[in-house]
Design a protein around this ligand. Structure first.
Ligand code: GSH
Length: 212
């Protein structure tokens, strides 16, 4: 049985989407990062970088595997089930490329843009411009990739799509005042958003975890 430690943020929603897609049993433990629950010693024992998401997978003999970092968790679950990540060959590395592109680029840059544009009490024109330019560049890269491929990493739906979707939705919703007009002009990203968003597992996963 898998226990998922997560919260209502883009990184936090990737793993519920994956687990819903896989249809394997799991339970959710919420970690309210607004209340500092990510610093509790019992959570740090699983996720020493004090960030969600994390999982603990316990097998029938009581042996446990704990994994933190959303990209590592998606890869672990894909390999455990043989789904959404090719086992070998060039297609595997296309999925890993776009997964790592999201983890190292899209997520951090959108996160920084959200901080400087929406949450920081002190405004910084330089920081806002820097992260807006980078967020727009990344969305342009994504649009060009999707001009030639149905899904982010190629012809098949994969963990790369699952990793990127909650972040692009955050750009379309919470970050709409800064990224909305560019996003609306990116027709390939719009097509992809509709395609991913139509999946029942994505709809269920995006509604998790329940914050209460
Ligand atoms: N690279 C990490 C990023 C995880 C992350 O930034 N999580 C945020 C929420 S979206 C968090 O837990 N923040 C709490 C903190 O920084 O104290 C991943 O992909 O899992």
């Amino acid at each position: 049985m898998i226990t998922l430690y997560t919260w209502t943020t883009p990184n936090g929603r990737k793993i519920p989407i994956m687990l819903e897609e896989l249809g394997i049993p799991y339970t959710i433990e919420t970690v309210n990062i607004g209340e500092g629950e990510q610093f509790k010693p019992e959570f740090l024992a699983i996720s020493p970088n004090n960030k969600i998401p994390a999982i603990v997978d316990t097998d029938a003999d009581g042996r446990t595997v704990a994994v933190f970092e959303s990209g590592a968790i998606l890869t672990y679950l894909a390999e455990k089930t043989g789904r959404l990540l090719p086992a070998s060959g060039p297609e595997r590395y296309k999925v890993l490329e776009w997964l790592h592109w999201q983890i190292g680029g899209l997520g951090p840059m959108f996160g920084q843009l959200g901080f400087f544009e929406l949450r920081a009490k002190e405004k910084s024109e330089l920081a806002s411009k820097h992260f807006l330019d980078e967020a727009e560049r990344l969305l342009g890269v994504m649009d060009r990739q999707l001009a030639h491929h149905s899904w982010l990493a190629g012809a098949e739906y994969s963990i790369a799509d699952i990793a990127a979707y909650p972040w692009v939705m955050a750009a379309a919703e919470k970050m709409r005042p800064v990224l909305g007009s560019q996003l609306e002009s990116l027709h390939n990203v719009q097509r992809w958003l509709a395609l991913v968003g139509a999946r029942p597992a994505v709809q269920r996963g995006m509604a998790l975890p329940k914050a209460g």
